[in-house]
Write a protein that binds this ligand. Structure first.
Ligand code: NAD
Length: 248
C-alpha cells in the first residue's frame, strides 16, 4: 500500500461525484487515514463514514483562516500528524470578462487561491516539525490555455495563481523535505460542470481530446496518490497535466 500509516487531508472532499471524494477513497484504499474537509452543506462527516472506519470529516470553510486552523488542529488531535494535504476545494462560474463583478472575482479567488494559502499555512508548522510532507494543489487546464471550457477568466486567474503559489512554496519548503506540486486536470465529468455544458458540447470537446473522452474523477485520484506518496519523492514544484492530451 502506497500510503500506509500516512494521514491525508482533502479539502472539498465530500461531494460523492467529485475529484476530492474519489481521491479520499483511493487514499483510504492505499492505507491512509483520511480527513475530509468541506462546507457544512456538503456533509463531510457523512463522506468520511462512507470511506469506512478510522477516517474523519470536519466542517471547514477554506476561505476562513480560523476555520482552516481549527480543522487542522482537529486532525492533529485525532491522528497526531499530517503527511499530505490535497488543496482541492474550488468553485467556478461560466462568465465572460466584461460580466465579472468584484463580488464574483472575490468569491472565485477566495476559494481556490486564498483557500490554498490558508490550508497550506495551517499544515506547514506540523510538516515542518515532522520534516516531511506533501502538498498537492488542484489547478486547472483553464490556467494553462486561458479558459475557454467552462470557467470564467477569474477562474483561470485563480488557478494560474495556484500554480505560482505552489511553486513558491515548493522553493521555500524544499530544504525541509516538504514537497509542493500541482495537478492541472482537463475536463472531468463532475458536479462542477453539471448544467454548465450540454451533452452535445461535451461530445464536441471529447472529439478534440487525443484520448477521445472527458476525464474521470479516478484519473485525478491516481495522480494525487502518486504526488502524495514516496513514488514522487524527487518531484517538487511540478505541474502534472491530467487532461487526455488536451494541450498537445
Ligand atoms: P465539485 O464541485 O464536485 O467539488 C468542489 C468541492 O469544493 C465541493 O465539495 C464544495 O462543497 C467544496 N467547496 C466549495 N467551496 C468551499 C469552501 N469555501 N470551503 C471548503 N470546501 C468548499 O467539483 P470538482 O470537479 O470535484 O472540483 C474539484 C477541484 O478540481 C476544484 O478545485 C476544481 O476547480 C478543480 N477542477 C475541476 C475540473 C473539472 O473538470 N471537474 C477541471 C479542472 C479543475
Amino acid at each position: 500500500m502506497l500510503l500506509k500509516d500516512k494521514v491525508a487531508i482533502i479539502t472539498g472532499g465530500a461531494g460523492i461525484n467529485g475529484l476530492g471524494f474519489a481521491t479520499a477513497r483511493l487514499m483510504a484504499l492505499q492505507g491512509a487515514r483520511v480527513a475530509v474537509l468541506d462546507l457544512a452543506r456538503a456533509e463531510p462527516g457523512e463522506a468520511a463514514t462512507q470511506l469506512g472506519d478510522g477516517h474523519l470529516g470536519v466542517v471547514t470553510d477554506v476561505t476562513d483562516k480560523a476555520s482552516c486552523e481549527a480543522a487542522v488542529a482537529e486532525v492533529l488531535k485525532t491522528f497526531g500528524r499530517v503527511d499530505a494535504l490535497i488543496n482541492n476545494a474550488g468553485i467556478t462560474q461560466p462568465v465572460k470578462t466584461l460580466e465579472i463583478t468584484g463580488a464574483d472575482y472575490d468569491r472565485i479567488l477566495d476559494v481556490s487561491l486564498r483557500g490554498t494559502l490558508y490550508m497550506s499555512q495551517a499544515v506547514l508548522p506540523a510538516m515542518r516539525t515532522q520534516q516531511s510532507g506533501s502538498i498537492v494543489c488542484i489547478s486547472s487546464v483553464s490556467a494553462q490555455r486561458g479558459g475557454g471550457i467552462f470557467g470564467g477568466p477569474h477562474y483561470s486567474a485563480a488557478k494560474a495563481g495556484v500554480l505560482g503559489l505552489a511553486r513558491a512554496m515548493a522553493r521555500e519548503f524544499g530544504p525541509e523535505n516538504i514537497r509542493v506540486n500541482c495537478i492541472a486536470p482537463g475536463l472531468i465529468g463532475t458536479d462542477i460542470i453539471k448544467g454548465k455544458l450540454t451533452e452535445e458540447k461535451k461530445a464536441e470537446i471529447a472529439e478534440t481530446i487525443p484520448l477521445a473522452r472527458l476525464g474521470r474523477a479516478d484519473d485525478i485520484a491516481g495522480a494525487c496518490v502518486f504526488l502524495a506518496s514516496e513514488l514522487s519523492a524527487y518531484c517538487t514544484g511540478i505541474t502534472l497535466d491530467v487532461n487526455g492530451g488536451m494541450l498537445i
